[in-house]
Structure formats: structure tokens, C-alpha cells
Design a protein around this ligand. Sequence first.
Ligand code: SF4
Length: 287
Amino acid sequence: MTPEEIRSIRLFWSLRRRRYWNMCRLKYFLHYYAAVLGRREFPDPLYAEARELDRCISSLSLTRIMICNALHDLFERGSCRSVAQEAEECFRKAVWRMQKYPDSVRYIVPEILRGDGGTVERLADGIRRAGEKVDETFWHSIQKIPSASRRRVERPQIVHFLELACYFVPVLTFSHSGEIWILESSAVNEDGDLLSCLHRMWVANALGRDPTRVRSLYLDENYDLKQLADLPSASAALAGIKKDLDAMLEAEMLGCVTVRDFPPSPGKGCQSCQFRSYCLKNGHIGS
Ligand code: SF4
């Protein structure tokens, strides 16, 4: 990868990027560099392969995307429709697009394309049940938020730190009891304080509101609404983000970056990794 190619890929921070960086440098490289260049015209075969593999998502990821999209769209439309219905409908449209245009859609679920007949109905059932959980637990309360308290937000949102972009992905944002509530799309609370820090910076910079009056939420893997880890120290959180960015930038500055500069770290994450077949083929992991 030439210095020009590296420069053409913008460095940014996000919680996912931090996770990939800490989990496996090869996964990080394939997702944030190789797959990006793989979307260009006439890519190197490695980059084209990385792009194809990177489009493959698991049924669990698809379920979360459908639930978060349904929540976001219903909330912004001010609709009282159930999340279960909306998410299932979105899912069926996504399946139709996946089957009709498999080469051009943003993501694919390989098991849907393999099409063993019952797969689509099984996944639709899982999405419906996740949506029903959201409907029963908190969607009715959220619907009562008046439209004047709702904020339309693009996804993702950017906070600038040291002139570099830091991303977070809000599903819903609204004012309630003098606070700004932000529901994040992430499923886990790991490093949640870093996200809480970004939320507060965004509330202060973009909304001009008191950053100490922010409530950061997420939906856990069971679709229960939880509060993200609080922010014990904003300076410690920012130092953590800066440490990541310095290390990631240093990896770029080493010159002509190649795949060999980003060694694999096999572990329990390999089982669900989108690049598993690449690593099997190249002997990085065993079957
Ligand atoms: S399969 Fe394992 S070793 Fe290979 S990129 Fe994914 S996490 Fe890394």
C-alpha cells in the first residue's frame, strides 16, 4: 500500500476501530485499509477479497441493524407503529435486495444467499422477537416524547478531537427532564465511558447544552435498555482515545504499509470474524 493510498484513507476513531485494533491487527488492516481500497476501480486481488469478505455480516449483526434502523426511523417519523413490525418489514426488503442484487448491496448474510429455505423465516422470527422485546419494555414510553423534544440526528455523528474525527452512532436523541438522552447503537458496554465522553463533547459543541446533563444508553445483546458506563474522568477518556490514535497513526507512518505489518492474533473472536476464510486459507488459524 503506497503512502498515497494510505493518505487517501482518512484516519478516524470509533469504538469499533478501537476494538479491532486491540483484538487483531490483521482484522483491523483488512477492514480499515484493504476493504476500503477494494471498493475502488481495478483493485489489487487482496483488497478485492477483503472487500467481499467485509460485506458479510452475521445474522446477529443483521438483527441489530434492523432493530436500530426501525427505532431510528419510527422515532424520527413520530410513528406509533410497533418496532417488531417495522423491523421485520425492513428485513424482508433487505433480503429481497440481497437476493436480487447480491453484488451491489452494502452487506450480505451468506446463510441467506445459500438459501436453505427455512433460513429467512428463522431470521425473521428472531428479528420479530427482538422487536417485540423492545416494544414491550420501552418503546411505548419513548413514543410519549413530544416532537419538540426529539432531535433529528444523522448517523454516524462526528466529534473532532485533535483535528481527527471521532465517530459514534446514535439511534435516538431527545431531551427529557432537563437532560439529553442518547441511545447508542453499540451492543456492549465495554469502553462505554469513551462513548459517554464523545456524547458529552457532542452535546456541548453541537447542541450548546450542558455536557454534565447527558444520559448515555445502549441496548444490550438481549435488547434490554441499559446505561453506558459513566464518565469518571473526561481527561482519562480523552487520553485513552489519544493513545489509540497515536498508535494507529504510527502504524501508518511506518512507510509503505503491507499486510505483513499487521499480524494476526488468533483467538475466540476468529469464530465470528468476517475474515475467517482468508485466515484459514493463509494458515493463520486452524479449522
Ligand atoms: S480470523 Fe482471527 S486471526 Fe483472522 S483476522 Fe479474524 S480475528 Fe484475526
